[in-house]
Write a protein that binds this ligand. Structure first.
Ligand code: SF4
Length: 287
């Protein structure tokens, strides 16, 4: 997306009174955008809370410096894996595990250095273990069984360059509840981590469409894809729920359009499923 359009979207959000978290991705990698830090700063100056997500591969030392110099409130490193084996099963990139791990380790060490992280940007590592999927047992994106000890060893390795680290709370939660049980736990002043079961995106959709029902996600989020399409769900990376395009029409007009208002009323009440959601498993029937 052109930076000029990013700025226009931020301006419309500000005019609409939006003052909460703003993410810069749906399924993409925001750190690859040449104007990302200008966009982050613009969002902060407009009163929002800019949060960056990255898979961690782009965390070179210059990118880390730019993050710390920006007005980003939080950086989430969405590893989705826990170790070399699962990384190689999931990610098909030219960046090898050792380079990937070293970049994340350096980022965490720098983030926890108060001298370098003067703005207090929070860094969170999001790790993933396999969510069982009986319908597609052939999928090999994650290792089948990750023991608590495996997960602990991986956490210790990922955070190995961080000073004043305290993993006691994280490890005791893992001991108590198993390998996929850490929602978000603090590991140091500016560092936290989470471990959660990761599924496959294709399981989001079903084969047969449904016409009636509602969804708890609907109405809580909205996104603009890189081509300008406005969508109302983070699952919709290919724009099947598009309700308009900000390159053609201002955002406030798109969300105030009678067709979208009617669709919102019908989906919220369960009378009719919104266009683009017909095949989503998250639609639940209304009793
Ligand atoms: S039904 Fe699915 S695609 Fe539609 S809003 Fe809910 S979660 Fe998103």
């Amino acid at each position: 997306m052109e930076s000029s359009l990013v700025f226009r979207v931020i301006g419309w959000l500000q005019a609409l009174g939006y003052d909460r978290t703003l993410y810069f991705h749906v399924l993409g990698e925001p750190l690859l955008h040449p104007g990302i830090f200008d966009a982050v700063d613009r969002a902060a100056e407009a009163g929002m809370r800019p949060v960056l997500f990255t898979n961690g591969g782009a965390l070179t030392s210059s990118v880390i410096r730019n993050i710390l110099a920006s007005k980003a409130c939080e950086l989430v490193i969405s590893m989705q894996t826990i170790n070399r084996q699962s990384y190689e099963m999931l990610r098909k990139t030219p960046i090898g595990w050792h380079t990937y791990l070293a970049r994340i380790q350096s980022a965490l060490a720098v983030a926890n250095d108060a001298e370098l992280n003067k703005n207090g940007c929070l860094f969170r590592v999001s790790m993933g273990v396999k969510k069982p999927d009986p319908e597609h047992p052939e999928d090999l994106y994650f290792l089948d069984d990750e023991s608590v000890e495996h997960v602990k060893a991986s956490i210790a390795e990922i955070f190995s360059q961080v000073e004043k680290l305290d993993l006691a709370d994280v490890f005791s939660r893992l001991d108590r509840n198993g390998p996929s049980s850490v929602a978000v736990a603090q590991a140091a002043e500016f560092l936290s981590l989470s471990v959660k079961p990761m599924g496959n995106w294709r399981t989001v959709y079903r084969d047969k469409s449904v016409e009636q029902g509602r969804c708890d996600t609907f109405g809580k989020e909205m996104a603009v894809l890189s081509n300008g399409d406005v969508i109302f769900c983070h699952l919709d990376y290919d724009g099947r729920t598009a309700i308009g395009n900000v390159a053609e029409k201002p955002l406030p007009k798109i969300i105030a359009a009678p067709g979208f208002v009617r669709m919102t009323r019908d989906f919220t009440s369960g009378r009719a499923v919104a266009r683009g959601c017909e095949y989503c498993r998250k639609v639940r029937s209304v009793e």
